[in-house]
Design a protein around this ligand. Structure first.
Ligand code: ADP
Ligand code: MG
Length: 267
């Protein structure tokens, strides 16, 4: 059964793309067929997985969303990680506006993904840092959403807005949507504040927080410029180990929750 997870947080720079790229690569390493859908006009997930800009010039998710292209024509194989990528480039900015007047405007990605559903086990959607139509399309197409939260003082800022939006999507267009989990990112163990934030978030969100915590690790920030995940760049780094842990945890949770897809994410 295909599982579609949206990686979302409307704050920028919290680790959405890093998580999409490395979690997808970790799942591919476990033998799963994984599609990454890059829904951010910055296209960082596409380039971070080694897809070159000129390759995606005429074939990308923008053309799919506005109905000019089939999804499978916008999918490229990442050269090193064995992940498939529905790519994005800056054209995608236009989709936020162009989709407004289109029929089924919130369901365009969901409908496109339905055409490839038998080809993948996991779909990870890398959301842009906004709550516009691109994120709505992503939440509408997903079974669940995973929220990366940076371990810093303002970590929770904006989270209630994201949860409200997800709640509206659940009520009106995707009744099965649930929260996959909260992922703490960029944790610095030498920083007391980081420890406090982790404790606070765990006491508040309890088992919705993944046990795996992603540390601040310079190797994670270097890998994208080589067009490869952390597993291809530095598989022994702490960043690689923790993203592998996250994948394990996700797979275990998936096995346990197959029957309770409907669980609420009221927090
Ligand atoms: P988002 O997609 O939410 O905007 P990114 O994943 O692009 O966030 O991360 C923002 C920046 O922080 C990028 O330069 C990325 O390489 C870096 N980064 C992300 N996670 C880590 C980490 N755990 N350790 C060090 N740098 C990180
Ligand atoms: Mg990003």
């Amino acid at each position: 059964m295909i599982k579609t997870i949206c990686i979302s947080n409307q704050k920028g720079g919290v680790g959405k793309t890093t998580t999409t790229v490395n979690l997808s690569a970790a799942l591919a390493q476990q033998g799963y067929r994984v599609l990454v859908v890059d829904m951010d006009p910055q296209g960082n997930a596409s380039s971070g997985l080694g897809i070159k800009k000129h390759e995606v010039q005429d074939s990308n998710i923008y053309h799919v969303l506005i109905g000019e292209q089939n999804l499978q024509d916008a999918v490229f194989k990442s050269p090193k990680d064995g992940v498939w990528v529905a790519t994005a480039n800056p054209d995608l900015v236009g989709a936020e506006i162009e989709l407004v007047d289109m029929p089924q405007r919130e369901y365009r990605l969901k409908n496109a993904l339905a055409t490839v559903a038998d080809q993948y086990d996991y779909v990870l959607i890398d959301c842009p840092p906004s709550l516009g139509l691109l994120t709505l399309n992503s939440l509408a197409a997903a079974n669940s959403f995973l929220v990366p939260l940076q371990c810093e003082y303002y970590a929770l800022e904006g989270l209630s807005q994201l949860l409200n939006t997800a709640g509206l999507v659940k009520k009106s267009i995707n009744p099965n949507l649930h929260i996959e989990g909260i992922l703490l990112t960029m944790f610095d163990k030498r920083n007391n504040l980081g420890h406090q934030v982790v404790e606070e978030i765990r006491s508040h969100f309890k088992d919705k927080v993944f046990n795996a915590v992603i540390p601040r690790n310079v190797r994670l920030s270097e890998a994208p410029s080589h067009g490869v995940s952390i597993f291809g760049y530095d598989p022994k780094s702490i960043g690689a180990l923790m993203y592998a842990e996250l994948a394990k945890e996700l797979l275990a949770r998936t096995a346990n929750t197959q029957v309770s897809e409907n669980k609420s994410f009221d927090l």
